[in-house]
Design a protein around this ligand. Sequence first.
Ligand SMILES: NC(=O)c1ccc[n+]([C@@H]2O[C@H](COP(=O)([O-])OP(=O)(O)OC[C@H]3O[C@@H](n4cnc5c(N)ncnc54)[C@H](OP(=O)(O)O)[C@@H]3O)[C@@H](O)[C@H]2O)c1
Length: 330
Amino acid sequence: MSYQPAENRYGTMRYNRCGRSGLKLPAVSLGWWYNFGGVDSFENARVMARRAFDLGVTHFDLANNYGPPPGSAEETLGRLLRQDFFPYRDELVISTKAGWDMWPGPYGDWGSRKYLLASLDQSLRRLGLEYVDIFYSHRPDPETPMEETMGALDAAVRQGKALYVGISSYSAEQTRAAARILRDLGTPCLIHQPVYNMFNRWVEDGLLEVLEQEGIGCIAFSPLAQGLLTDRYLKGIPPGARASKTERVWLTEKDVTANINKVRKLDALARRSGRSLAQMAIAWALRKPQVTSALIGASSVRQLEDNVAALTHPELGEGELREIEAVLAS
Ligand SMILES: NC(=O)c1ccc[n+]([C@@H]2O[C@H](COP(=O)([O-])OP(=O)(O)OC[C@H]3O[C@@H](n4cnc5c(N)ncnc54)[C@H](OP(=O)(O)O)[C@@H]3O)[C@@H](O)[C@H]2O)c1
């Protein structure tokens, strides 16, 4: 059946300005790293994408290698654009990236101009788009001159294949250098995408300050620590959960065991203020004024709805923040 988006889709979502740019992003954005690949249910991907858009989640974040197999998350979005979303293309911010291993040989990885621009062409073909809204360097490359990688991002914009550019997982120092090069080229750095959650706070050690000074937005990825900061693992590791997966292992049973006591305490704190733990974790990431958007993942509509509803609760108070700190330090 043809898709009719909810008429009230802009009724409740909050949109935050991305750094000192003209672009606003939803406070909660949807990532397509897991659950949208060729191995996943297309129907589930479709209902999640539709529900997200209906809730005002206007930003879908992808990368060349998301799947599995690599490239297939972009193919899924390409199919959904053709079936559901093309009439609403201008209401969506679609991002993709290159920087991790994508194809064999020396030109399918890291940060060369050769890789980034060829990869973007491939992404556009899979998506069936003429341009993406944001194109990222997915990770810093210690061997390629920063000028070359930033030059490739600038070229993507000049070729009309991206509207904005971003960087992911660059250190504070690398971010300052990248921002300067991009500014000199005339293509300002729109956004930085770092991991940020209660268990991984590296951005607090200088990066957020640089982003503030440079006027760069921040989209915090894995704000739920890949599901650890939710009720997912309170009763063990359920079948099908990310920590049970045997391919692409980024969250292990060991991670769950090492953190579950803190997770239980955090869950109790969250429930005391009438929130789910996932909602408290999202509010926690968004408490920093530099954070434009919390970039969540979801494997079901229920999770997605739970996460977006984080925005219906008041901000975390001083007392709650202190209690969270005490649990994290325990
Ligand atoms: N730039 C980079 O290098 C980089 C790296 C990683 C991620 N990212 C981006 O960030 C996005 C989000 O990453 P992520 O998926 O790790 O984010 P996350 O939000 O920390 O974790 C998402 C996972 O948590 C569980 N979950 C989510 N909501 C839940 C809820 N309300 N209740 C219970 N469980 C819930 C689900 O796990 P189950 O699947 O087990 O149900 C879901 O797949 C990615 O899709 C990608 O766009 C970027």
